[in-house]
Design a protein around this ligand. Sequence first.
Ligand code: KIV
Length: 265
Amino acid sequence: MAKKITTSTLLKMKQQGEKISTITAYDASFAKLFDQAGIHAILIGDSLGMVLQGQDDTLPVTIDDMAYHTRSVRAGVENTLIIGDMPFMTYATTEMAYVNATKLMQAGASMVKMEGGSWLTETIKALVERGIPVCGHLGLTPQSVNVFGGFKVQGREACQAQTMIEEAKALEAAGVQLLVLECIPADLGAAITDAVTIPTIGIGAGKDTDGQILVMHDALGISCSYMPKFSRNFLQDTGDIKKAVELYISEVSAGNFPGEEHIFK
Ligand code: KIV
């Protein structure tokens, strides 16, 4: 019988040099398939604003949307770690984070994810002290798309890269147990992964992060928008959803995904 995956499992995988595969899901049926395929973690991403709701970005997503989909995913999962994404402005203060993170944990998440750097450290510390594990998210944090002036690779300037390394360390010191790195140069993905002891999960962050995450619609080539450079259509290679996810897991594990064509310099 497969064992439940926890934050300790992921930490051990980093320490043993085993690659972690994660994917988004938003309902019980896909979550069950991914769980049975052996995925290590499922993120109920606020990307659902784009791939389910057809919005231009993730900003319109509400905490009630997230709780609904978290409950749906929980119903399909036996072993995989479930991460609930905190949507735009639901953790702007520590008090708001208490209320909203509780909603996701009570809907079935085992960890919550929040986008941002050192401004978040007090909130992270407070949540962890009260029993809520936190996953950080640095780089192209989509909730800040209007500040970035579009969905653009982050950390290309040396000083930006240095700041991101310092922010990763600050998040770790605050208690974050997992860190998503999105759309950054591959060298920076490797440098951050070396600088922290917690597992890093990349999406467009090169092959040297401790694991990878993809939006399920991209991994299956069914997204209603364009296919990002960092993704690959695994369904095209297999013609079967469960096999596609098994291939994704084995390609990540073998170090074959992401390839040179998927990374940013
Ligand atoms: O919302 C989401 O799906 C995410 C992943 C892209 C990491 O944050």
